[in-house]
Design a binder for this molecule. Sequence first.
Ligand code: ADP
Ligand code: MG
Length: 676
Amino acid sequence: MKSSRLTVAPATAQKLARLGLVEPMDLVLHLPLRYEDETRITAIADAPYQHSVQIEGEVRQCEVRRQPRKQLRVLLADASGAVWLRFLHFYPSQEKLCAVGQRLRAVGEVRRGFQGDEMVHPKIHAVGDNDVLPEAMTPVYPTVQGLNQSTLRRLIGQALALEDLSDTLPAALRAALALPDFADAVHTLHHPPPDCAQQALALRRLPAWQRLKFDELLAQQLAMRILYRQRRHGGSPRLCGDGRLRQALLAQLPFALTAAQQRVLAEIDADLASPHPMRRLLQGDVGSGKTVVAALAALTAIEAGYQAALMAPTELLAEQHYLKLRDWLTPLGLTVAWTSGSQKKSERQAARAAMASGAAQLTVGTHALFQDDIDFARLGLAIVDEQHRFGVGQRLALSGKGGEPHQLMMSATPIPRTLAMSYYADLDVSVIDELPPGRTPIVTKLINAARRGEVMGAVAHAVAQGRQAYWVCPLIEESETLQLQTAVDTHVELQAALPGVAVGLVHGRMKSADKAAVMAAFSRNEVQLLVATTVIEVGVDVPNASLMVIEHAERMGLAQLHQLRGRVGRGAAESRCVLLFEAPLSDLAKARLKVMYDTTDGFEIARQDLQLRGPGEFLGARQSGAPMLRFADPEADQPLLDVARNWATRLLAEHPDAVDAHLRRWLSGKEQFLRA
Ligand code: ADP
Ligand code: MG
């Protein structure tokens, strides 16, 4: 704790830090999980079973039993009746506290025991003569081992008393909000009055909850808006091309751009031509053709005399991009460099030299490309594929390299509108909302793994017809080694089961040259069945592959399944995706597989996924580095999010001091986010 007003022992501070509590304001915002009602005494005879109650009485008996195991048994009686208090672990001090004749208060749940009604491990304390009942409910906080409730309560109580809780919102606007003041809201949530409905508290429906959610959403909107504004003030090169290279590429492609591709390109062009850094998210479902858009954007940067870089989340995907872009750009007289973590030092040095000298107009690599110190002669545009894998942190880190390059982020995981509005509000968004013509929809089948043999038959049949297939091995989260082993075993098994079919294997641990060789053989149809781990999840593009088999589909996330399924359905042939599952399925697993069966629309899948999983997981939120939402849920609290957005606009325009105060409170210790 940095505050001079609140002193905390170092050992305690460490435990608090494990709860994410670093600043005193963090303590203020550390809200209870639940409450215990110690504001009233229930007569023992009236105590309902299985509800936490507080009783008060006199100790009539106190005994330590050794059978069946050591325990302390205390008979507590009031005018209405008696109940046994039973402790399986106890200290001598507790035994002393429970001396016969002592008046005690006990909080716990009464239940039926062998020797009559009992409370197991109640919270007890001795009652003095002028002991008054508390007026508010007792908070129970989320905690970690070694940090007890009473310490937390004391520290939070001190923080509440010492911190400045004055309202950050101007009075004029507060009236319109019709929500309690900040100070009232936090006091209520830490110490709600007993008449406050537990239900509403638990469901976070109380006005006090609404106020905190609103403040949090407002802080997020303000932060995003400020980031956006900072960017509009930043300087970037104006990238205006003469269209020479673009036309050459378009002339060489076997297809024409879809209307949607043309539209998003125009949006990107307008950004590139402006003197401020572009931060544009390009969304388009799997197979919608984002790569060619990226290539054309890169060509504009190159035409303008700058370099471009493309980064991808996995080495396999980066490599696929590299091969495709090299094929596209080399005929135009351009040099494409490739850099990866696993390449030879000499190769990497050569690639870096080409980037630093400007000899390479385009560089492709994994995101490690941007994490090391890398010099570009004139980087004008950075493209990040599959952005959903990258957090805001990385999004910002990029801006430091080579001045302020324009950034294009591409994602096939569509972000539902509410999430885009909250988490990605600092970005501009373009959407490719149509697939290239001539695609046949993918048919999805859910098949019990017991029928795996039939599925192998289907693979043989597809191959006999000149088609190709993928066989994806299960995700084994506990162990990467186990996952590899499974892939290797499956490869051997399928080779044996499918004589005459060339079966390839690709996984994350292979040397990148070997991986590339297998992928190239698959592209040329020298390998007809590709056994793979989930490394092929994103980006891999072999249009002749029309069958996708995914084992243990129930273990995978919907976004992942959608990505995997998107590897087929890229050509004119009818494509199928077989989701093999291991019975019995949990209800959630059933619901998720049903979503995959019902639709191939990425937006719909994302929406359902969000409903099934909640926004935190959906975004891989913890790593994202953005000020995370602890209280609000942009989906459930959408009306509040809309209000917060409007308020953000007004505050920025009319009350800059309030903006400062609000962000200081809500981003305490995280302001570097705004300066980054
Ligand atoms: P994604 O958006 O999933 O990254 P890709 O860029 O890999 O999709 O494109 C999928 C496939 O569609 C590729 O084979 C690509 O060459 C092809 N493609 C892209 N645009 C068009 C188009 N306008 N018409 C036909 N095929 C296209
Ligand atoms: Mg792609």
